[in-house]
Design a protein around this ligand. Sequence first.
Ligand code: NI
Length: 256
Amino acid sequence: MDNNYLIDTHSHINMIENISIDEVLKNAFENNVKKIVVPSSSPLDIDIVYEISQKYENVYCYLGIHPEDAKNWDDQIIDKIKEYAKSNKVVGIGEIGLDYYWDKSNIELQKEIFIKQIQLANELNLPINIHDREAHKDTFDILKEYNKSSKVIMHCFSGSPEFANECIKEGWYIAIGGVVTFKNAKKMKEVAIQIPLDKLLLETDAPYLTPVPYRGKENQPAYIKYTAEEIAKLREIKIDELTKITTQNVKNILSI
Ligand code: NI
């Protein structure tokens, strides 16, 4: 396949409520979104997301535990992920990281579970899909200290242009979602303009963070085109160019 199609690098299609997964995929395909990666969040999610990746040809998954679910961690999860990772539809460990927005009461536990999953990714030689919400410094420091070999995607990047630069220096990829289409998202627009194109990825984080013009409604992979259009406009390049480059970037980092 040539690269003239979009890839949604982070989409919880299992959490979309208003339409079925079949409809989600049909809409995506009709809007030139040909591949989708679905992250897991909770322990239960690991089974659900894995099953979806096995059932649908163009759907892949990241397996891992979201920091909000750190309290539900169990070391047996490592064995389960290792088993599932024998499938080539498992393309990374995620979404993992730190979240100080929802819950600051268990920071030490979040860090511990994050580190275990970084080590798992290194062992399995898989990329890492990072969730970092209001925890930029700790996320950065832990990745620097513990990640030995895995490629890193900063999912739904929400830091400053300066923090984006720090991440780029480490060779990490920056994934941008629908927030960049929001009128008041000045910082995100700056990030989208200044990061090197070869480090840029697109995602929806559906069903959340729906881009304009559907902001406030449930998100789906088909809407990634609005994010792509906004970034192309900001960077003054053609949408086809952005599409091809970001899809090549995905192929450089994920086995898709
Ligand atoms: Ni997510």
